[in-house]
Design a protein around this ligand. Structure first.
Ligand code: HEM
Ligand code: FES
Length: 523
């Protein structure tokens, strides 16, 4: 159960993500890489910041001058890098907020995820503080405004009582000490941010912290182009503390709250900021709570019948990855379909996914997406072996068969009999299937319709799918004597001992594995 605005935002994300999937493909959809993009932007900011620091003069007289020299005398390097540093910081605020909004919209902030959420709230503070602090360094009129407003705001805290302004912000008190303080903070805050970014992903199994290369390159190119078209410049000349700065243009990504420091009472600004932070911090425990269980469930993952304990709210994929299983996945957001599996026993909540990758027919056939689905009770599921990563995928055997007979069982159903070379026989368990390999490496799964003890020939039932590549070929061209390549056998949809009666219900070619199972059971 989720709130109205949450649902609305979620629907919005699903729509926009579908558009991006069509435009860029699911692998390069930036919405599936928001956390990784924030990491990447952090590294861009750190790298460009290091360059700027080499040329930055940490003194009252030198700060403004050094930044001006950097911006104008070497505009092609220092100037561009200054702009990229600034724009990457703005971009990080954007990716961070969309990342936050996405997790909230999909209600993925409760239970074990509260850890990432709360460390995320700390990251919000750190990123904003580091950004505002960065604006103080060029010591132009904007720096003067940001420093004065920040110190006045901080000085309103009990205990400080004007210390910051008194010690640093009068003409006679501005000294190189101020710049030592600012630079110290500007190195300390990013380091703390990095530490918290690391902590933030500790409980996310196999968290990706690097966006795909094409996204990384495109973002870098866009930032450089922006830097060339709209270079960042200092505003209004060097700071003059005796004269109030006017006519400044603010960076609304990082400094949106600053006008409030003068428009409102400082205490009201504190109330707003602390109130919002508190609200975000307790968000994982706010209603509407998820219905039902808190306990989590047992998953049995085939092949291998590996037992995995899923935490409450944990997706099948997360639970499997946490148990170090080499499961297939890409987007982790219901957009690519790579993580599809078949639920053999138990109920799952399918979660939120793009309808194009998990169709109603697939759901009806018991399939679900591991990255979206959560267990509603103990669940047994099977992952497509051919999609498994690493050695598991190559361990499956390939065969070459010869079509012995092609018979029409109905208008749209063929029975194929396939024999292996040199009278070889294929061992399998009733209910399993083979993957027929097409020229381009694509596969089509067909269940054995014959029982294992009658394995001189493999019997497959092929139903005509309009415009289906393999089925059109089978109906129109396939003849006795043709060869077919396939791999297998796969599958755990097999009969298990049970004290209870078993009722089989099957339709169309879904009857094939049932025929095999029943003929085997009564053999
Ligand atoms: C410096 C800013 C941040 C960075 C670099 C960052 C990075 C990441 C990364 C790499 C992940 C792993 C999975 C993914 O990409 O979705 C992640 C997960 C997550 N982040 Fe962030 N994040 C940041 C800020 C935030 C903020 C502000 C919030 C919310 C307050 C937040 C909430 C979460 C949550 C709830 C998860 C999911 C954990 C899960 O699914 O188990 N993050 N973050
Ligand atoms: S990993 Fe892409 S849909 Fe699950």
């Amino acid at each position: 159960m989720t709130l109205g605005p949450q649902k609305l935002l979620r629907a919005g994300f699903m729509r926009v993500e579908a558009v991006f999937n069509r435009a860029f493909g699911d692998k390069l959809n930036p919405f599936y890489h928001l956390g990784a993009l924030s990491f990447y932007l952090f590294w861009l900011i750190a790298g460009t910041g290091l360059y700027l620091y080499v040329f930055f003069d940490t003194s009252v007289d030198g700060a403004y001058r050094s930044v001006e020299l950097l911006t104008h005398k070497q505009w092609y390097a220092g100037g561009v890098i200054r702009s990229v540093h600034r724009y990457a910081s703005d971009a990080m605020v954007v990716t961070m907020f969309i990342h936050l909004a996405r997790y909230w919209a999909f209600d993925r902030l409760r239970g074990f995820r509260a850890f990432s959420w709360i460390t995320g709230v700390v990251l919000l503070w750190l990123v904003f503080a580091a950004g505002a602090n960065g604006y103080m360094l060029p010591w132009d009129r904007l720096a003067q405004f940001v420093t004065q407003a920040s110190f006045e705001w901080l000085d309103s805290l009990p205990g400080l009582g004007g210390t910051l302004v008194r010690n640093f912000m009068y003409d006679h008190s501005v000294s190189d000490r101020l710049f030592s303080l600012l630079v110290f903070v500007h190195i300390g805050l990013p380091l703390a941010t990095l530490l918290f970014m690391w902590v933030h992903v500790q409980r996310v199994p196999k968290a990706s912290t690097q966006p795909p290369l094409p996204i990384a390159i495109s973002v870098a190119v866009m930032l450089v182009l922006l830097a060339l078209v709209q270079p960042v410049l200092s505003q209004g000349g060097p700071a003059q503390l005796a004269v109030a700065p006017t006519g400044l243009s603010l960076d609304w990504f990082l400094l949106a709250l600053y006008p409030l420091v003068y428009a409102w009472q400082t205490v009201a600004v504190w109330a707003l900021v602390l109130g919002l932070s508190m609200l975000l911090t307790i968000a994982p425990w706010l209603p509407p709570r998820r219905r039902g269980d808190i306990a989590g469930h047992q998953l049995t993952m085939h092949p291998g019948a590996v037992a995995v304990a899923a935490r409450s709210g944990e997706t099948l994929l997360e639970a499997g990855l946490r148990a170090e299983l080499a499961l297939p996945y890409e987007c982790r957001a219901g957009g690519c379909g790579v993580c599809v599996c078949t639920v053999l026993n138990g109920r799952v909540d399918h979660g939120n996914y793009q309808p194009a990758v998990l169709t109603d027919a697939m759901r009806a056939a018991g399939q679900t997406l591991m990255c979206c689905a959560t267990a509603l009770e103990d669940v047994e599921l099977e992952v497509d072996v051919a999609a498994l990563k690493g050695s598991d995928a190559t361990a499956t055997q390939r065969y070459r068969g010869i079509v012995e007979r092609v018979e029409r069982l109905a208008e749209d159903v063929l029975r194929l009999s396939i024999v292996l070379d040199a009278g070889e026989r294929l061992d399998f368990v009733a209910g399993q299937y083979i993957n027929i390999l097409l020229d381009d490496g694509a596969t089509r799964a067909y269940s054995f319709a014959n029982p294992p003890h009658e394995n001189a020939a493999i019997e497959l039932h092929v139903r005509r799918v309009p415009d289906g590549r393999f089925t059109t070929y089978a109906f129109e061209k396939l003849r006795a004597g043709d060869t077919i390549e396939f791999s297998g056998p796969f599958g755990r949809f097999t009969l298990r001992d049970s004290a209870r009666p078993i009722l089989f219900v099957a339709g169309a070619t879904g009857f094939a594995p049932i025929k095999s199972i029943v003929e085997d059971a009564f053999a």
